[in-house]
Every structure is written in structure tokens, then in C-alpha cells.
Design a protein around this ligand. Structure first.
Ligand code: PLP
Length: 306
């Protein structure tokens, strides 16, 4: 019997079966573990509804195609499996992850073409980048001295577990008293942080890095909601100095939506309070969870036919 200490509540689907989170285990020989040879996506459930599940599943399938993985299930089956994990977990606010690993070959060959890819899904309680009670104050972000892995080495648009740069950046941020970290590329442009994209509001318009980043679903949602509110977003290169001197800075993530950044390194952003664009966008983001075209009730998704 698996040791359940330290596991969050939740339900998983692995090797074709639904199991409690504590029993969702893979072999240490899986290349997903040994080589970070995997892709994944994360969608959230809020008040028993998926938010933009279609966009997440599209990105997951694009990511798999980008690194020559096949999960063995159709889009509809993946959606149904995710919904079943949520139902089995009993959670009404959940963090729902789908993963495809390279797997391994039966004789442990080093040829990736011989590996049998593995699909895993799970639903655990919703996890926040920032504690909800801290949302009003915004976060203190450090700009890391570590560069994000180059995009011509690992394509950041394929959601991946090449996180050592991000995790080392987090340690650096904690050592400097910050709550989180944003990395730059080798040219010194701002890119992204552990699990989020970044925006700077400058002279009434929003700006977000165009390349070297995952195209976050929350980033896309923010751009669309800002446009509806009459605020344009430019996707372009962003210098660290522009970020530090911006009128407002916020980050976007499935793990928390739109989050205000009120301090960067040693300096407050503008007057150090959440700005009006960030506040408006945060409200719009949570209201958008009611939109029928963006949200899907878990109970409306049929049980998986596998
Ligand atoms: N950038 C990275 C590296 C991420 O891992 C994530 C999400 O985990 C994001 C950006 C934000 O993407 P999304 O808004 O789809 O959660």
C-alpha cells in the first residue's frame, strides 16, 4: 500500500487506470523523469468548470507534435479523462495537469523512436502563485542574473520541464528577499518566470515579451480582455529598464490569473500600489470565468470512452 503522507488529495489517470494521487507512480526509467523528456499542460477548474479547456488541449497537442510525442488518446478522450479526474477528486477548484512523457523502451534502448510514450493526468487542489490574501499588495519580483535556456535550444512554446534556470532563479530571488523571479534572455530582454508571463503597462498600453516565452493561455486571455477594454497590447522585446520604470507590472498564470507586481528588486513599481489597469484586468479575468464560450461545466463532459 502506498504511503499517503505528503500527497495532496486528488485523483489521477496513469497507464490506463484511475487511481488516488498517492498511487500515481511512474518508473524511474521513464525518460520524462531521467531526461525531462516530456510535455505537459495545466488547466484550472473554478466553481466546477474548466476555464478555456479547448485552448489548453490544443496547446498540449501542439506541444506533443513539437517534440514528437503521441499520448495515444484523442482530444475528446483527453478532455473526458481530465473531467473524470476532477469528478473523482471531488474538488470544485482544481489544478488539472495532463502530461505526456517519452516513456521508455521495453529493453531500455537509447533510441527515442523505440520508447512507448506515456500519458498521465491528475487533478489536485487549485494552487496559487501568490496567496489569495496577499493579492491586494502585489508581489516583490527579482530580476534574475540567470538567463532563460535559449529558445533555439528548447522551444519555450512547447510547455516543458526544463526548469532548472527558473528554480535556481527562485532561490536567487528568495536570497534577495523577493517573492518570485523573472528571467532575461542572453540579450538582456525580459522573458518569463516560473509558471508565468509578464506585462508592463507603459503610457496607457500594455507590453509583453513576444518571443522566448510560453504563449500562456492567461497571457492570451489578458490580451483579449484588455483589447475589449480599449487597451492595446504590444508583443515585443522588453528591456529590464522598461520593466523597472513601467507604470504598472503584472504577471499572468493559470495558477492565479492576473497578479500585480508592486516591487522589482530594490524599487517600488510606480507608487508601489496595484495600478488601475491591473485592477480592472483582474476583475475582468475572474468575471470571464462565467462566459459560456470560455468555461465548461465538469458535469457536462461525458465519462471517458477509452
Ligand atoms: N511561462 C511558463 C514557463 C509556464 O510554465 C507557464 C505556466 O505554467 C506560463 C508561462 C503561463 O502560462 P498559462 O497562462 O497558460 O498558465
Amino acid at each position: 500500500m502506498a504511503d499517503t503522507v505528503g500527497y495532496p488529495p486528488g485523483a489521477a489517470f496513469i497507464d490506463g487506470a484511475f487511481v488516488p494521487m498517492s498511487e500515481a507512480n511512474i518508473s524511474v526509467l521513464d525518460w520524462g523523469f531521467l531526461r525531462s523528456d516530456a510535455t505537459y499542460d495545466v488547466v484550472h477548474v473554478w466553481r466546477n468548470r474548466f476555464f478555456r479547456i479547448d485552448a489548453h488541449i490544443d496547446r498540449f497537442f501542439d506541444s506533443m507534435a513539437g517534440i514528437r510525442l503521441e499520448c495515444g488518446y484523442s482530444r475528446e478522450q483527453v478532455c473526458a479523462v481530465l473531467a473524470e479526474c476532477v469528478r473523482k477528486s471531488g474538488l470544485e477548484a482544481a489544478f488539472v495537469e495532463m502530461i505526456c512523457t517519452r516513456g521508455m523502451s521495453p529493453d531500455f534502448s537509447r533510441d527515442p523512436r523505440e520508447a512507448i510514450n506515456r500519458f498521465i493526468a491528475f487533478a489536485v487542489p487549485f494552487s496559487w502563485i501568490l496567496r489569495p490574501e496577499d493579492r491586494e499588495h502585489g508581489i516583490h519580483l527579482a530580476v534574475s542574473s540567470i538567463h532563460r535556456i535559449p529558445q533555439d535550444s528548447v522551444n519555450p512554446r512547447v510547455k516543458n520541464y526544463h526548469w532548472l534556470d527558473l528554480v535556481m532563479g527562485l532561490f536567487e530571488a528568495f536570497d534577495r528577499g523577493a517573492a518570485n523571479v523573472v528571467l532575461t534572455d542572453a540579450a538582456g530582454h525580459v522573458v518569463e518566470g516560473p509558471g508565468f508571463n509578464i506585462f508592463a503597462v507603459i503610457n496607457g498600453s500594455a507590453n509583453t515579451p513576444a518571443s522566448g516565452v510560453l504563449h500562456g493561455i492567461t497571457r492570451r486571455t489578458a490580451i483579449e480582455l484588455l483589447a475589449e477594454a480599449g487597451i492595446t497590447t504590444q508583443a515585443r522585446s522588453l528591456a529590464v529598464s522598461e520593466l523597472i520604470n513601467a507604470d504598472e507590472v503584472f504577471i499572468t498564470s493559470t495558477a492565479g490569473g492576473v497578479i500585480s507586481v508592486t516591487r522589482i528588486d530594490e524599487r517600488p513599481v510606480a507608487d508601489g500600489n496595484m495600478g488601475p489597469v491591473t485592477r480592472q484586468l483582474t476583475d475582468l479575468y475572474w468575471q470571464a470565468h462565467e462566459r459560456p464560450q470560455w468555461s465548461l461545466a465538469i458535469d457536462d463532459i461525458p465519462a471517458p470512452a477509452l
